[in-house]
Design a binder for this molecule. Structure first.
Ligand code: SAM
Length: 311
């Protein structure tokens, strides 16, 4: 599903949505022994998700640099809302000695997977600086006083009314330190409002291959309700159907900006992605992975942007 930090936008066709990955080859180093080919019966949906959707390195690159630009200091305490397997939290503690991360999610099996696969790959010292908590983002408890709070991959779209989303934004604001910053991502453009399937081949470490399918199964233009699913296909023709399913409201950038302001955030910045250029300097239709603050976007059919909201 959505992955902001890494998703190239595509201005001329559908392939820019949630799930694009900017550095497809990047990931854990392959082992010397070639692992068996992937197949639906044995593949792990969380591993496939991390390989095809997330690019936590570029996400943290952006958050770390932008916090420092806005605040003139390095962030230390990061909360990852809707953390799932806590992949981003692990990247945060790997990034710098002293960094502290707390991930919040309400799905214990997913947290358990993250502990077994992501936390366990950290050193003992790094593990001591990350906590994954089974906790509702609306009741964060002691997970407050944060420099950064992240709500990535559009997870906050599960709040479907203005009141619900504003309530969440207020909770986030009160969980930030005095100079804290809230980072979100957003996906938009006319293609976001269409029912379509986008397929993308993935080459995983160890020469393993599979196909990621982003399925915008339904969109209701009256309510903004959308259902999206992720399926995986394997070289042996087996399929993992509905590995993930999301029931969201497709929010627009103006709505989100207004609700953040109503929730009390003092400054709201939207970051637009630049164009990739070919050898002649002409835009290829893809994004270049560089996000710049602006108040003027372009009417691309599909675009990914970041939002930073200062407390
Ligand atoms: C899209 S997934 C996680 C995406 C992940 N943040 C990423 O960047 O790829 C959404 C997660 O939100 C969790 N979730 C849903 N409602 C929640 C809530 N109220 N509080 C905390 N987590 C919640 C789900 O259990 C699920 O793991």
């Amino acid at each position: 599903m959505p992955q902001t930090a890494a998703k190239p936008k595509k201005k001329t066709s559908v392939s820019a949505k949630p799930g694009q990955k900017r550095r497809p080859g990047k990931g854990r180093a392959g082992s010397a022994k070639k692992p068996p080919a992937l197949t639906a019966r044995t593949a792990d949906r969380h591993e496939l998700y991390q390989l095809s959707v997330q690019n936590v390195e570029s996400e943290i690159d952006f958050v770390d640099a932008e916090f420092e630009r806005l605040r003139g200091r390095k962030a230390v305490r990061l909360r990852e809302d809707f953390c799932g397997t806590g992949n981003t939290s692990c990247e945060w503690v790997r990034r710098r000695e002293g960094n502290i991360a707390v991930g919040l999610d309400i799905d214990q099996p997913t947290i358990d997977w993250g502990v077994a696969h992501n936390l366990s790959a950290l050193s003992d010292e790094q593990q001591a600086r990350v906590r994954l908590l089974n906790r509702n983002v609306l009741q964060p408890g002691d997970a407050v006083g944060m420099d950064c709070i992240l709500a990535m991959n559009f997870s906050y779209w599960l709040f479907k009314t203005r009141e619900e989303l504003k309530h969440y934004f207020r909770q986030v604001r009160s969980s930030l330190s005095k100079d804290g910053v809230f980072f979100l991502d957003h996906y938009g453009g006319s293609e976001a409002m269409s029912e379509m399937v986008e397929k993308r081949p993935i080459r995983a470490p160890g020469g393993r291959r599979f196909t990621y399918e982003w399925d915008q199964a339904s969109y209701n233009p009256i309510t903004g309700d959308m259902t999206c699913r992720i399926h995986f296909r394997f070289p042996d023709k087996t399929r993992m159907e509905n590995a993930f399913e999301y029931h969201w409201r497709l929010w627009t950038l103006p709505e989100i900006r207004e609700l953040l302001a109503e929730a009390g955030f003092s400054k709201i910045h939207v970051y637009w992605e630049g164009d990739e250029l070919d050898e002649d300097g002409e835009p290829t239709g893809e994004g270049n992975g560089v996000f710049t603050p602006t108040m003027v976007g372009t009417a691309d059919p599909a675009f990914i942007s970041y939002i930073a909201a200062e407390r």
